[in-house]
Design a protein around this ligand. Structure first.
Ligand SMILES: *Cc1c(COP(=O)(O)O)cnc(C)c1O
Length: 226
């Protein structure tokens, strides 16, 4: 199937209310353009330098999401244009995004990334630390950010029970945050599900799936991209 056909068939299977982020990391602009021409406008990248280069090379009505780990010293490069940052995992990072947003006269939408997987390598807030930080109320002063929801990456495993349990846990965190802090309708994003597990994520309440391999094919990390 072509990229266009992949996007169209994937979109046809997504329920209403589930947004598709096409994860284009490692793929060059001309490949991304094929997806753009199929109507896709939301793309996700996990590295700042690559995101900036693609932003500059591609049409300006693309909405760019940062889905990978973000270092505070790199926030300034994406603050002028990024649409949604999925990977906020510390108070310091949130404060930095707020400051950079104000510098550019923007309010930047963000998600809190929660560590739900068994693997130690995955990023995100430990659940207890997230509750503690949210209870502190410090985030309420940050007028440069708008908290839209949470994001998580499940364990890479064939064990469907384990993956389901992790997605259900993230869904519960999302609902509890929304209720405890009385967020309004803008708190609407539960970002979970990738190529291998997105149908399960949707069953568990996902409103945003991040899909790369299924659209673009397997990635080759050893190849220079730009
Ligand atoms: C790469 C990546 C994805 C997409 O993974 P696929 O398996 O290619 O669909 C989703 N989320 C994050 C955080 C990623 O880094």
């Amino acid at each position: 199937m072509s990229i266009k056909e992949q996007i169209q068939s994937l979109k046809a299977t997504l329920p209403e209310g589930v947004t598709l982020v096409a994860v284009s990391k490692t793929y060059p602009p001309e490949i991304i353009r094929e997806a753009y021409e199929a109507g896709q406008r939301i793309f996700g990248e996990n590295r700042v330098q690559e995101l900036v280069a693609k932003y500059e090379a591609l049409p300006k009505d693309i909405q760019w999401h940062l889905i990978g780990h973000l270092q505070t010293n790199k926030v300034k490069y994406i603050a002028p244009f990024v649409t949604l940052i999925h990977s906020v995992d510390s108070a310091h990072l949130l404060e930095t995004i707020h400051e950079q947003a104000l510098k550019h006269g923007r309010v930047i939408d963000v998600l809190m990334e929660v560590h739900i997987a068994c693997e130690a390598s995955k990023h995100g807030w430990a659940e207890s630390e997230l509750w503690e930080y949210m209870a502190s109320g410090a985030w309420k002063q940050l007028t440069g950010i708008r908290l839209r929801g949470v994001m998580g990456v499940a364990t890479f495993t064939d064990d469907q029970q384990e993956v389901r349990a992790e997605f259900e846990r993230l869904h519960a965190i999302f609902l509890r945050l929304k209720q405890e802090h009385q967020f309004g309708p803008e708190f609407d994003t539960l970002s979970m599900g990738m190529s291998g597990d997105y149908p399960l994520a949707i069953e568990c309440g996902s409103t945003m799936v991040r899909i790369g391999t299924l659209i673009f094919g397997a990635r080759q990390y050893n190849k220079p991209i730009l």
